[in-house]
Design a protein around this ligand. Structure first.
Ligand code: U5P
Length: 225
């Protein structure tokens, strides 16, 4: 299979610790034995820290976004470091470059691309561009919930939903630099139009990626019309 994985900042960089990058690298190496794997890494807490300081310094939203993109690319380089020779050595700047890098046979790892979106959208567009069979998005909880489970004790995990239901859920989201959401609204639209099956899993344990790829019931499956 061809798989695009968005490794969220909350999973790999809630703070900077080489152990988490190593743990992800181990799982990615396992997946890369049988599959073509492309990874998009989020900004995590370091990106939020930089964005907050730039906001205090009165940077506009696009400039804040560029700062977030820069940090996500740094996180991508840390994962490239952990994967050593398994990884394509440079994070591509855009989808076309990533698509070409894929033919190296190495795991392609990138960060953000342009202002006005998050790495969710990057992962969804990359998945569409390279004709991926599966998109996986990690998050800090066990999948998509009816409400934010960290705030609402009645929130229920959704096992399966359609892309339209995802779009309906996220369209009200306001786009600000560093925002943390279920799914970036643009990313959700791309998931819908590309019809690529998408699984949202908890990224705290990278082994959840293996379950998702193996087709075991885990997280939230977004599929169908
Ligand atoms: N970002 C962009 N464009 C991208 C990817 C990321 O502007 O293509 C910025 C956003 O401000 C985002 C931040 O909130 O970098 C960190 O990315 P993420 O961890 O939210 O995906």
């Amino acid at each position: 299979m061809k798989i695009v994985i968005k490794v969220g900042g909350s999973a790999i960089a809630p703070d900077l610790d080489s152990k988490r990058f190593k743990a992800y690298a181990k799982v990615i190496k396992t997946l890369a034995k049988d599959h073509t794997v492309l990874i998009v890494v989020g900004g995590g807490t370091p990106a939020r820290d930089y964005i907050n300081v730039s906001r205090e310094l009165k940077a506009n939203n696009s400039l804040q976004d560029y700062i977030g993109i820069g940090v996500s690319r740094l996180n991508a380089r840390l994962l490239i470091s952990a994967l050593e020779d398994y990884a394509y050595p440079e994070p591509p700047y855009d989808y076309q470059e990533a698509g070409l890098a894929m033919y190296s046979g190495k795991v392609v790892i990138m960060g953000g691309v342009v202002p006005g979106q998050t790495t969710d959208a990057v992962a969804a567009i990359l998945a569409e561009y390279v004709h991926a069979d599966l998109l996986i998005r990690t998050t800090s909880v066990d999948g998509v919930y009816t409400a934010d489970p960290k705030l609402d004790p009645k929130a229920k995990k959704i096992d399966r939903m359609t892309p339209q239901e995802l779009v309906d859920m996220v369209t009200k989201i306001e786009m600000t630099a560093g925002a943390n959401n279920i799914f970036d609204p643009l990313g959700a639209q791309i998931v819908k139009r590309s019809k690529i099956p998408t699984i949202v899993v908890n990224g705290k344990d990278p082994k959840n990626l293996l379950d998702a790829v193996a087709g075991n019931r885990i997280g939230t499956l977004i599929k169908g019309d």
